[in-house]
Design a protein around this ligand. Structure first.
Ligand SMILES: NC(=O)c1ccc[n+]([C@@H]2O[C@H](COP(=O)([O-])OP(=O)(O)OC[C@H]3O[C@@H](n4cnc5c(N)ncnc54)[C@H](OP(=O)(O)O)[C@@H]3O)[C@@H](O)[C@H]2O)c1
Length: 340
């Protein structure tokens, strides 16, 4: 899109003006809803009036100090949607991905740390990170998409090279990235199975087109699910931990596993024989390139995918959203509505 510097009326963005924001002042503390200075753009940047923003687990990890490079005070938030140049826009959270599609540059970081993020009335981003909002989505739905959608897209399509008709297992489907992976895989014509700690979340995934699921808190859930599905060609996981070895056992020969998180800690007791004998491929994956972000938006538009929004909170009520995510109670994304 054609983007013009400081396209928001100057009175809204000039130095010295204040805006409402959620600010993390210190590790382990609730976020402060307070007035701060509006950002000021350089020539390559634009100021977007944020209308909706979404949480990712990364934001919760940061409030707990469990992330490298935290500097306080910081406005968190990697996902955002808003108005720029009079148009509805969605933001690519990548900063400095670099030239190589296979991995990010050493200068890579994600909007919302250390750069101030979207949990505010205005955010400053590179002009090349501003994209038209998919027309079929509301601001709240679109805000749910960027970070999780990008991560899910790369894991499924770039890394695992998902093909029509393949059997896919999405672990922990209540997660933001996991639910996009589930929706994308269904849209791509895969046969999708899920796991969750919560039978209601499994039922919701099935109502969206998944075939079946297993509760990973139950003994023998893996055997029961393999008995139903007959094994998996692709597995998407963010838990890691001691359950990861079971995902490997659930794979068909030639299977691919992509993992992007370590919520349950270090992977233990992985049996190399199973991996090499079944010719499995294990892919670590993180976010996605700017090119993949554009591809992901096109995929969402083509298949008219609508992100699942669990709850919309006012920006001033943002701490409640953090608490809900920390307790893992959500199915889909937790969104903050901003302004007006
Ligand atoms: N590398 C990257 O680019 C990248 C990008 C995004 C996220 N991440 C990481 O990925 C993880 C998830 O992020 P998110 O934003 O999607 O978080 P989220 O929305 O809070 O989802 C976390 C989900 O993890 C699932 N889970 C917990 N324990 C599990 C287990 N033992 N087995 C399977 N699933 C389990 C739960 O699913 P149920 O509720 O269904 O039980 C929960 O909903 C975080 O660690 C985050 O930092 C990494």
């Amino acid at each position: 899109m054609d983007i013009i510097l400081n396209s928001i009326p100057k009175k809204n963005v000039s130095l010295g003006k204040k805006m409402n924001a959620l600010v993390l002042q210190e590790k382990g503390k609730a976020l402060d809803y307070k007035k701060v200075d509006t950002p000021v753009a350089t020539e390559s940047e634009g100021i977007v009036a944020v209308k909706a923003a979404a949480l990712n687990h990364r934001d919760v990890w940061i409030t707990k100090g469990l992330y490298p490079g935290i500097a306080y005070p910081i406005i968190l938030g990697s996902d955002g949607c808003g108005i720029y140049e009079g148009q509805e826009v969605i933001l690519n959270p990548n900063i400095n991905w670099g030239e190589t599609e296979a991995y990010q540059s050493a200068q890579y970081h994600i909007l919302g740390l250390p750069t101030n993020g979207t949990f505010a009335e205005y955010v400053k981003v590179g002009k090349d990170k501003i994209h038209p909002k998919p027309a079929h989505l509301t601001m709240e739905e679109a805000a749910a998409l960027p970070l999780s959608g990008l991560t899910a897209y790369r894991a499924l399509f770039t890394k695992c090279q998902l093909k029509v008709g393949e059997k896919v297992l999405i672990s922990g489907v209540g997660g933001g990235v996991a639910l996009f992976a589930c929706q994308f895989a269904i849209a791509a014509g895969a046969e999708v199975y899920v796991s969750s700690s919560d039978n209601d979340k499994i039922a919701k995934a099935v109502s969206m087109g998944a075939v079946a699921g297993g509760n990973y808190r139950m003994a023998d859930w893996t055997k029961a699910l393999v008995a139903k599905a007959g094994g998996f060609d692709v597995v998407i996981d963010s838990a890691g931990g001691d359950g990861f070895k079971d995902l490997v056992k659930m794979c068909n020969p030639g299977g691919r596993i992509a993992f992007y998180g370590g919520t349950r800690g270090k992977i233990t007791d992985l049996n190399p024989q199973i991996i090499f004998w079944k010719q499995l491929s294990l892919y670590g994956t993180t976010m996605g390139s700017d090119h993949e972000f554009s591809e992901m938006l096109a995929f969402v538009e083509q298949h008219k995918i609508v992100p699942v929004v669990d709850t919309v909170y006012k920006l001033s009520e943002g701490n409640a959203a953090f608490e809900k995510m920390d307790r893992g109670l959500q199915f889909g994304k937790l969104v903050l509505s901003i302004g007006d």
